[in-house]
Design a binder for this molecule. Sequence first.
Ligand code: ADP
Ligand code: MG
Length: 258
Amino acid sequence: MPTPNEIEIRGLHKSFGDNEVLRGIDLEVATGEVVCVIGPSGSGKSTLLRCVNLLEEPTRGQVFVGGTEVTDLDVDIDAVRRRIGMVFQQFNLFPHVTVTENLTLPQRRVLGRAKGHAARVARDNLERVGLADKADAYPAQLSGGQQQRVAIARALAMGPEVMLFDEPTSALDPELVGDVLAVMRMLAAEGMTMMVVTHEMSFAREVADRVVFMDEGRIVEEGPAAQVVGEPRHARTRHFLTRILDPAAAEPPGPDAP
Ligand SMILES: Nc1ncnc2c1ncn2[C@@H]1O[C@H](COP(=O)(O)OP(=O)(O)O)[C@@H](O)[C@H]1O
Ligand SMILES: [Mg+2]
């Protein structure tokens, strides 16, 4: 049997008032596939992820997750969201409870798990992200990278089929980025289906099965990471990559330039 697509996006449009932010996105993510989404600021990357888990309501088009059309008006949105983990640039941990409670509270509230069950799942997932020793700490006592790993563990504790990451390392000091990427690399190796918006091109090259370059609400090109990042076909992709990989090289010539 062919691998079913975990995510299917068909003819997706999203407008905010007159601003058409997504202008017809067609994208499939196979089960176990890792797709990195790259593109300039404002190109619609976050809106795309947010349409997949219905944090934004698409204006037009269809989104399927695990074979269920989530854009169907009759769909149980909460049931859909339970199947999709999301990690944001800002970690959004509950500041006034411990790391463990950050993981157990959503399990108990949303999934109705018993206390002991939720605690076991919390411990297992803290171990997975290498933070078993921080179980009783409060978020403010952790580094940004540790907080983001807690946010990932919190999402994993809900047992998602799909993980969406929206620039998960963009708010981190450079020396803390590696630990978060290592956790994401582990998830990819375990076969998690992932959509990752990132500017980490080395991560995209190493981990992504496919890279999608977006600009102005459209997919400009997509393909294996080595091709899109290494030998982009489109001038807009090349321009974007030049700026990302070597910001100085893409500066427009100054007024004194010959
Ligand atoms: N909730 C919203 N209301 C109005 N405009 C929005 C909203 N969210 C995003 N936008 C607009 O949509 C465009 C794309 O934003 P976004 O998806 O965040 O892009 P990216 O993540 O690629 O930087 C931007 O012009 C942004 O101002
Ligand atoms: Mg964004």
